[in-house]
Write a protein that binds this ligand. Structure first.
Ligand code: SAH
Length: 365
C-alpha cells in the first residue's frame, strides 16, 4: 500500500524520506509541500524524476473534492470528500467574520445510533486516519486558493491567501470513538512547518463518551469540548440517544467539570430542539437547574428533520421560549445560526442523498 503522507509527523516524514534513499532535508521539504496542499507535480524544488518516483510510492493528498454545493443564502460550502478507497464523507466550510471554519468528519458513518442523525443510519463503515482528516482541511484550503486565484496562479501580495482558520469535529462520526487518530490529527494541525493552526480554534463534539472525555482533559490541548446533550435528564435522553444507556448525565457532567478544571475552558452543550421530546418550558427549566454554576454555554439547534427519521423540528416560537427561560435562569445560551439551509447542511444528509440518487461519477457533479 502507498504511504499516506498527510498522516506523517515531521519525524516520520524524515524517516520515510530516508527509507526512500533521500537525505533528511527532502523530508522537511516534502512535509512543507504536503501541508500546503501540493501534489507531487507541484513540488518545484524536487527533481522531476524524483517527483515521479515518489508518486509511485506515496499518496500526497488522500482527499479530493467530489462535489461542492455553495449556499445562495450565505456562501456556506458543503463538500463531498472522496477517499482513496472509494468511500466518501462530508465537510462544511463556513465564512464568519473571524475567518473560515471547516466542519470535518472523523469516521465514514457512525455507530452511536442517535435517532435524529443521518450519519448513523448505516452504522460505522470505518475510522478516518489522521492523514485523511488533515486531508479534508488541505482540500478546503486548496478550494479557497483556487477560488481566489483561478488556474492555480501565484497568490497576489495584496490579496493574502484565504485559509481555514477554525476546525470543528462535528461532521459524520464520533471523534472520541476514533481517539488515537483524532489526537494525531490535532497534533498535526499545530505543526509549525505545517498549517500551524491554533488548537484554541478547534472544537470537538462528542455524544458523551465519558472515559475518553477524561482522557482528552489530560492531553493538555486547548480544544473546546462540545457535548451533545439534547436532554435535561436520562429518561428523555434515552429516547433518542442509545449512548445514554451506557453513560448517565451525572457522569457526563462530572467529566465536563474535570475538563473545565484541567483546561480552564468552558464546555459547550449542544441541544437540538425536537418537537414533543425535549423542547417545552419544563425541560428548559430542568436543563437550567442541571447546568447551574457550571462554566458552560448552551447552543440551541432546531432539529433538522432527516428524511428517514420521524422526528420533527420546532417552530421559531418554541426556540425563543426555550431561550428565554435559559436567559431568565442566567444560563449562557444562544441559538446556533443555521448556515447552508438550502444545501443539506445537516449531518450526513448530502452523502446520503448523493448515494441514493445514484452516486456521482469521478470529477464531480
Ligand atoms: N458524534 C459527535 C459529532 C457529530 S454530530 C456528537 O455526537 O457530538 C454534530 C452535532 O449535530 C451533534 O450535536 C449532533 O447531535 C447534531 N445533530 C445530528 N443530527 C442532527 C439533526 N438532524 N438536527 C440537528 N442536529 C443534529
Amino acid at each position: 500500500m502507498k504511504t499516506e503522507l498527510t498522516g506523517l509527523t515531521p519525524a516520520e516524514m524524515t524517516d520515510w524520506a530516508k527509507s526512500c534513499g533521500l537525505p533528511a532535508f527532502r523530508g522537511k521539504q516534502i512535509f512543507q509541500w504536503i501541508h500546503r496542499g501540493a501534489d507531487f507535480a507541484e513540488m518545484s524544488n524536487l527533481p522531476a524524476g524524483l517527483r515521479e518516483r515518489l508518486a509511485g510510492e506515496a499518496v500526497a493528498q488522500p482527499v479530493r473534492i467530489l462535489l461542492e454545493r455553495v449556499s445562495k443564502l450565505d456562501g456556506t460550502v458543503k463538500f463531498l470528500f472522496g477517499l482513496q478507497d472509494g468511500n466518501c464523507v462530508e465537510g462544511v466550510l463556513m465564512h464568519y467574520h473571524y475567518g473560515f471554519s471547516l466542519c470535518i468528519s472523523t469516521q465514514v458513518g457512525c455507530r452511536m445510533g442517535c435517532r435524529f442523525c443521518a450519519s448513523t443510519l448505516e452504522g460505522c463503515v470505518r475510522n478516518l486516519s489522521a492523514g485523511e482528516m488533515l486531508g479534508e482541511v488541505l482540500a478546503a484550503n486548496r478550494y479557497l486558493r483556487d477560488r481566489r486565484t483561478p488556474g492555480n496562479g501565484p497568490e497576489s501580495p495584496d490579496s493574502p491567501p484565504e485559509r481555514v482558520s477554525h476546525v470543528v469535529l462535528m461532521g459524520s462520526g464520533e471523534p472520541l470513538d476514533n481517539y488515537d487518530q483524532v489526537m494525531k490529527f490535532l497534533r498535526l494541525l499545530k505543526e509549525p512547518e505545517g498549517i500551524l493552526l491554533s488548537l484554541r480554534n478547534v472544537s470537538l463534539s462528542t455524544c458523551g463518551l465519558v472515559p475518553e472525555m477524561r482522557r482528552l482533559a489530560e492531553e493538555n490541548l486547548p480544544v473546546t469540548l462540545c457535548v451533545s446533550l439534547h436532554a435535561p435528564n436520562d429518561e428523555i435522553r434515552r429516547k433518542t440517544m442509545p449512548i445514554a444507556n451506557r453513560y448517565s448525565i451525572p457522569e457526563i457532567l462530572d467529566a465536563c467539570r474535570y475538563y473545565i478544571q484541567r483546561t480552564g475552558r468552558r464546555v459547550i452543550f449542544e441541544y437540538a430542539l425536537t418537537e414533543g421530546i425535549n423542547s417545552g418550558e419544563a425541560e428548559a427549566r430542568e436543563l437550567a437547574a442541571l447546568l447551574r454554576g457550571m462554566q458552560c454555554h448552551v447552543n440551541l439547534i432546531p432539529l433538522n428533520a432527516v428524511r428517514e427519521r420521524n422526528l420533527q423540528g420546532v417552530t421559531e416560537k418554541t426556540v425563543s421560549r426555550f431561550l428565554r427561560v435559559l436567559e431568565e435562569e442566567h444560563i449562557s445560551a444562544t441559538r446556533r445560526r443555521e448556515m447552508g439551509d438550502d444545501i443539506e447542511g445537516a449531518c450526513g444528509q448530502l452523502r446520503r442523498t448523493t448515494l441514493q440518487d445514484g452516486g456521482i461519477s469521478s470529477g464531480g457533479a
